[in-house]
Design a protein. Structure first.
Length: 129
């Protein structure tokens, strides 16, 4: 099977980065209004409850599938499923931020989303300083 193609979740992509900031600071940005706009799109506001709906300014609709404060947000986002996690980096040297997206339609969409998530990582790192 080609890299990124799963048996039951279609194409998927995962991107992670270790940031030199405390996990709480990374979480606060990524789960707050500014961070949500960076990774979900402008206008995204989430109610941290499973089953709650949201909509972005561009019309993308979704639903919260899981929300563990300080750790993980899992969402239906249009036709895909997106998960954002924050965890302590090894040695207590910062935080690891991860984005994972599944149910992509093709290898081409997978590569486009890889570029998107890398850009999001760059933007979050820049905001954190």
């Amino acid at each position: 099977m080609p890299t990124g193609l799963t048996r039951d979740a279609g194409w998927e992509i995962g991107v992670s980065r270790t940031l030199p900031h405390p996990p709480a600071a990374v979480w606060d940005l990524a789960s707050g209004p500014q961070g949500l706009a960076l990774w979900l799109g402008a206008g995204a506001e989430l109610t941290p409850e499973r089953g709650s709906a949201y909509r972005t300014a561009d019309g993308t609709e979704g639903e919260v599938r899981g929300y563990r404060p300080g750790e993980r947000i899992r969402l239906a986002h249009g036709a895909t499923t997106v998960q954002m996690t924050v965890s302590p980096a090894g040695g207590g040297t910062g935080a690891v931020l991860r984005f994972h997206e599944e149910r992509l339609r093709s290898a081409g969409e997978r590569e486009a989303r890889r570029a998107h998530w890398k850009r999001v990582m760059d933007e979050i790192a820049a905001v954190l300083g």
